[in-house]
Design a protein around this ligand. Sequence first.
Ligand SMILES: C[S@@+](CC[C@H](N)C(=O)[O-])C[C@H]1O[C@@H](n2cnc3c(N)ncnc32)[C@H](O)[C@@H]1O
Length: 216
Amino acid sequence: MVSRIEHQSEGIAGADEARKYAQNHRKYVGLMYRPMLRDLRRLGLSGRCLEIGSGPGFLAAMIARQDPKAHITAIDISPDMVGLASGYVKERGLEDRVRLVLGDAGDRGFMESLGRFDLVYSTFSVHHWKDPEGCLANIRRAAREGGAVYLYDLNRVWWLGLVPFGGREVRQLRGAYSSPELRSVLEKAGFTGITIRKHYGGLLQSVLVGAVGVAQ
Ligand SMILES: C[S@@+](CC[C@H](N)C(=O)[O-])C[C@H]1O[C@@H](n2cnc3c(N)ncnc32)[C@H](O)[C@@H]1O
């Protein structure tokens, strides 16, 4: 198993970086989020939602469109991302159900000020967090009793060390947690009843906590 490379910066730094991320990311959104959107529909996860590290806001808009019952508070530590996402959501007329807020998932006071949610979710962000245990503990507390937490991220697959080239995608994968590492951080943050599933040949992983009694 190749060792994990820590990310240099937690947020996406600067307007140019944020725009570049959005441009690149836009090409893959349909495919990338498919397993997650399917899970949310299948498990009936909806209602008051909190998205952590929402980036350009594509997913929040997709969820709001797919599910008229969803009311989403979407937070990001990067002011540039919050700016981009606010514009994106407004252009699509979804601003009454998607609220963008600047803030750090690791800041307990800030997270508590947001209230409690039926569903707390996050995509491709966990491996960026400087204090994953602190962020995850805040996320656990942000889910109401009986609510659910759904995380979706890259997985540092064991065969990465056999890949004979570098490149942006491989570097990003090297920054990701393996499933056992992710489970261990979740447990340290106080989570129990964790289900981790792999997607797309194991390159992506999802974590579901809660949604007890719902068919899995
Ligand atoms: C790779 S991007 C993923 C964006 C989006 N969720 C997606 O699916 O494309 C990671 C995002 O997490 C945000 N982020 C990193 N650390 C954070 C923290 N502690 N609190 C809130 N957002 C954070 C970054 O600013 C960035 O927008």
